[in-house]
Ligand binder design. Structure first.
Ligand SMILES: C[S@@+](CC[C@H](N)C(=O)[O-])C[C@H]1O[C@@H](n2cnc3c(N)ncnc32)[C@H](O)[C@@H]1O
Length: 274
C-alpha cells in the first residue's frame, strides 16, 4: 500500500516501508500418493464456482461477506478499467467498467481516493509511466494498492529442478514476455517504483502462493489447490507466446500436456510470489 502526500506535489520522503519476512512453507508429507487426487480436483473446481458468489445482496446492493453486518453501508462506487470488455454482466450496481488503455494518458476530470492496480504482470511496457499516472490521478492523501506477481516458479526445498518440463515451460514463457517488453515479474519492483513516483507511507508484503495442495497448513493447502486449478485452466493461453520461439502448435500442445501431468503429480513443492 502507498499513500499520496496530502496537499503537496513536491517529492515526498518515505515514512515507513517495512517488508514482511517470507519463510519456507511446511510440506504436507501425508498426501503425496493420494489416489483420489483427480477426483478432489474436480470436486474442488465445482465448489469454487459457487463460493465466489457468496456475497450478501440486499435491495440491489452488495455488502461485504467477511464479518457480515459489521459495516452497514454498501460497497462504494468503483470504476474498473481494462483493455478488453472481459467483465461479467452480473456485477453489483456500484461498479462501472470502462474499456481503456492504462498506458495512455489518463483523461479523468476528477481524482480518485483509492486506486488498485492488480495482476498486470506480462501486460505493461512502461511501468514508471503507469505509476506516475496513478500518482497524478489520486486525491492528495489518497491511497494506492499494487498487487502483482513474480511469476518465476520456485521451490525452497529444491524439488523443482531445471529438468522439470514445468520449469522449462515457465522459463520459456516468461522469456518470450520479456523479449516483447512485457515483464512477468514486476512484483519485486513495485515498492521502489511507488517511492520513485512520490508515494509515502509505503508498506510491502510478500506472499508465497503455493502451486498445488502440497503445504501442510490447511489454508495454504486450499490456496495451492485454487492456484493449481487456475493454472491448469489457463495453461493454453501460453501457446501463442511459446510458438514465437519456433515451436509448432503440436510441440507446444505436447509440452503443455506434460506440464499438466507434472503439476498434478505433485512431485515438487513450487510456488510463485505475490
Ligand atoms: C491477468 S489479467 C488481470 C485482470 C484484473 N486486473 C484482475 O486483477 O483480476 C490482466 C488484464 O490486463 C488487461 N490489460 C493488459 N494491458 C492493459 C492496458 N494497457 N490497459 C488496460 N488493461 C490492460 C488485459 O486485458 C487483462 O484483462
Amino acid at each position: 500500500m502507498a499513500d499520496a502526500p496530502a496537499g503537496s506535489a513536491a517529492p515526498a520522503t518515505t515514512a515507513a516501508s517495512p517488508t514482511v519476512e517470507i519463510v519456507p512453507i511446511e510440506v504436507d508429507r501425508d498426501t503425496v500418493d493420494d489416489p483420489t487426487f483427480e477426483e478432489q480436483l474436480t470436486t474442488f473446481t465445482a465448489s469454487l464456482s459457487s463460493s465466489v458468489l457468496d456475497y450478501p445482496v440486499e435491495h440491489g446492493r452488495r455488502y461485504h461477506a467477511f464479518r457480515k453486518g459489521s459495516y452497514v453501508f454498501p460497497n462504494d462506487e468503483v470504476i474498473g478499467c481494462d483493455l478488453s470488455p472481459i467483465q461479467p454482466t452480473w456485477v453489483p450496481p456500484n461498479v462501472k467498467f470502462e474499456v481503456d488503455d492504462v498506458e495512455s494518458e489518463w483523461t479523468y476530470n476528477f481524482t480518485f481516493d483509492f486506486i488498485m492496480c492488480r495482476y498486470m504482470a506480462g501486460s505493461i511496457g512502461d511501468w514508471p509511466k503507469l505509476f506516475k499516472s496513478i500518482y497524478d490521478n489520486i486525491t492528495p492523501g489518497g491511497w494506492a494498492e499494487f498487487q502483482d506477481w513474480d511469476l518465476r516458479c520456485a521451490s525452497d526445498d529444491g524439488t523443482l529442478t531445471a529438468e522439470h518440463v514445468t520449469h522449462q515451460w515457465c522459463t520459456s514463457f516468461l522469456g518470450v514476455l520479456d523479449s516483447i517488453n512485457r515483464n512477468a515479474y514486476p512484483g519485486p519492483k513495485l515498492l521502489d517504483r511507488a517511492k520513485t513516483a512520490g508515494f509515502i507511507n509505503t508498506h510491502e508484503e510478500v506472499i508465497k502462493v503455493p502451486l498445488g495442495p502440497w503445504p501442510k497448513d490447511p489454508r495454504l493447502k486450499e490456496i495451492g489447490m485454487m492456484n493449481l486449478v487456475q493454472t491448469l485452466d489457463g495453461l493454453d493461453a501460453s501457446l501463442k507466446a511459446l510458438m514465437m520461439l519456433g515451436y509448432t502448435e503440436e510441440e507446444v500442445t505436447l509440452m503443455l500436456a506434460r506440464v499438466r501431468k507434472e503439476l498434478k503429480s505433485r512431485e515438487f513443492h513450487s510456488y510463485i510470489k505475490l
